[in-house]
Design a protein. Sequence first.
Lengths: 114, 113
Amino acid sequence: EPEVTQTPSHQVTQMGQEVILRCVPISNHLYFYWYRQILGQKVEFLVSFYNNEISEKSEIFDDQFSVERPDGSNFTLKIRSTKLEDSAMYFCATRGGLGNTEAFFGQGTRLTVV
Amino acid sequence: AQSVTQLDSQVPVFEEAPVELRCNYSSSVSVYLFWYVQYPNQGLQLLLKYLSGSTLVESINGFEAEFNKSQTSFHLRKPSVHISDTAEYFCAVSPTGANNLFFGTGTRLTVIP
């Protein structure tokens, strides 16, 4: 069964450091997403990516965040200068098409900023 | 704008008892509706979805959800739960033709032996 793979599973970083979270989408999927889940809170949308550009982003996704798909396979989320409040579980999701097609989620990367 | 409300953050229930997890949504446009499940230390998995047609949708493991347009609800039910159903359940909506999924805050279902 196809799956979305995220690495690392857990990352600890010091405040102010840059982190890159990686996701390998399901091949032939066209839509890519990043979500985050702060401990005990809901899953929040960060950004969607289609055709090599951001198609939508939330208020959370400020200038500290960026996404790219540098080699046509990995889909990365970069946080330029981490803050304590960035500590969360980050989920990558991919979708084959719009609307009614299922979004497949990775197992998540737990980011801990100290 | 869309929003999803899951009123119950935690639902404990005894094994083999019925359960209902509530989900209400608001949206200015028509939506697709989803339930996702998150087992401990795993990612989210699609449990079932409503796109159109019959308002009652079922999953392979005995869950069902009914879309009620007048009450803007999509409650999840199971007539008899198992220990293995212990998980976090998230209701989500996606505006038709749009890109995103919007999630509720989740309901932690704990099945007690």
